[in-house]
Ligand binder design. Structure first.
Ligand code: SF4
Length: 95
């Protein structure tokens, strides 16, 4: 259903016939870590996230997985390949 309070007219899974069913009956504002993210939109309570109602919780376990301004860096240099296993895998693939 469409939100009627923070982002009026926006489809939201938390809006029901009884109103907003999210914790506290409202989205929460973005936090400092969100600064620069393209998903920030202006709501009636100030800047909010267009995909996550609780930005603070999105950052609780580290980097927000929806963030557009920061990405997880995966280091491939540290991956060590066991030459014996690699050789066996390659041989298995040739059958
Ligand atoms: S997607 Fe994540 S980083 Fe971006 S505004 Fe929402 S909560 Fe913040």
């Amino acid at each position: 259903m469409q939100c009627q309070t923070v982002l009026p007219g926006t489809e939201c899974t938390f809006w029901s016939k009884k109103g907003c069913i999210f914790e506290g009956s409202s989205c929460q504002n973005v936090i400092e870590a969100c600064e620069g993210c393209e998903r920030i939109v202006d709501g009636s309570i100030g800047p909010v996230c267009s995909v996550a109602p609780a930005p603070l919780a999105k950052w609780g376990q580290g980097l927000c997985n929806f963030a557009t301004h920061q990405k997880v860096e995966i280091k491939t240099d540290d991956v060590k390949v066991n030459p014996l296993k690699a050789s066996k895998k390659a041989a298995a693939g040739k059958r």
